[in-house]
Design a protein around this ligand. Structure first.
Ligand SMILES: Nc1ncnc2c1ncn2[C@@H]1O[C@H](COP(=O)(O)OP(=O)(O)OP(=O)(O)O)[C@@H](O)[C@H]1O
Ligand SMILES: [Mg+2]
Length: 257
């Protein structure tokens, strides 16, 4: 049975995709079998994995609509060492098409259940919204990883997200849990960053990952080469942070429930 982690924050540009791609590669590096699901019509996780989203004929869209199986759409990302269920802009249509279909919230879960034995981890990169796509991710996952920037408005957005998680828990996925909050693009010289970071630790305690992802140009550059930074420049501070995060997540898995 795989562990499915949804990477969620309705706020844009907080590092969801950077986290999904690099964590996928970092977990794969440590020997885990990983499936990365791109659930964002922007297709950034797809491009960041080195797969050209414009050339795809079958994507996660077809899986959600029941037209394809995960095993038929999934592509091997050789350099990253993981499998990718890709996305492109066609996925934007799924949002509308799914509304009238039965089991609209559980379609991703049902599709992933059929490949669950083949992976240790399934990571789901979500779009910047609390849409039906995100609800599908929250329904398919056991845990939620929340990347966030330590900014003034960060905590405000978090309450909407926590409310959505609670709603999904009571209606669709009773065992859904927050895996952890991940501080991204962290700048230790910035006083506000430090303050927000401390507030997070006070409010969420051990739900805050110990790993801090620093602002690091290698993480921003890597997508243009279609290679996760963890492989592009493994020695960089950004890559090191994601390797540390993978170790933290693997250690979480070994703790007794
Ligand atoms: N730690 C970091 N240091 C420097 N740049 C970063 C870091 N993390 C992410 N970035 C850059 O910031 C931008 C936003 O990151 P990313 O695409 O991962 O966020 P996102 O939450 O997935 O965005 P969206 O909500 O649009 O999907 C990208 O250009 C990315 O390369
Ligand atoms: Mg993204």
């Amino acid at each position: 049975m795989s562990r499915a982690l949804a990477v969620v924050n309705q706020k844009g540009g907080v590092g969801k995709t950077t986290t999904s791609v690099n964590l996928a590669a970092a977990l794969a590096k440590s020997g885990s079998r990983v499936l990365l699901v791109d659930l964002d019509p922007q297709g950034n996780a797809t491009m960041g994995s080195g797969v050209d989203k414009r050339a795809l004929t079958r994507t996660v869209y077809h899986v959600l609509l029941g037209l394809s199986e995960v095993s038929a759409v999934g592509a091997r990302v050789e350099r990253g060492g993981y499998d990718l269920l890709p996305a492109n802009r066609e996925l934007a249509g799924a949002e509308i098409e799914l509304v009238d279909l039965p089991r609209r919230e559980t379609r991703l879960r049902e599709a992933l259940e059929r490949v669950s034995d083949e992976y240790d981890f399934v990571l789901i990169d979500c779009p910047p919204s609390l849409s039906l796509l995100t609800v599908n991710a929250l329904t398919a996952a056991q845990r939620v990883l929340i990347p966030m920037q330590c900014e003034y408005y960060a905590l405000e957005g978090l309450s909407d997200l926590v409310a959505t998680i609670k709603r999904v828990r009571s209606n669709l996925n009773p065992s859904l849990e927050i895996a952890g909050l991940l501080r991204t693009m962290y700048d230790p010289r910035n006083t506000l960053s430090q303050q927000v970071s401390q507030q997070l630790e006070q409010h969420f305690g051990d739900k805050v990952y110990r790993t801090l992802v620093p602002r690091n140009v290698r993480l921003a550059e890597a997508p243009s080469y279609g290679v996760p930074a963890v492989l592009w420049d493994a020695a960089s501070k950004g890559a090191q942070a994601y390797l540390a995060l993978a170790a933290e997540i693997l250690a979480q898995g070994r703790q007794p429930a």
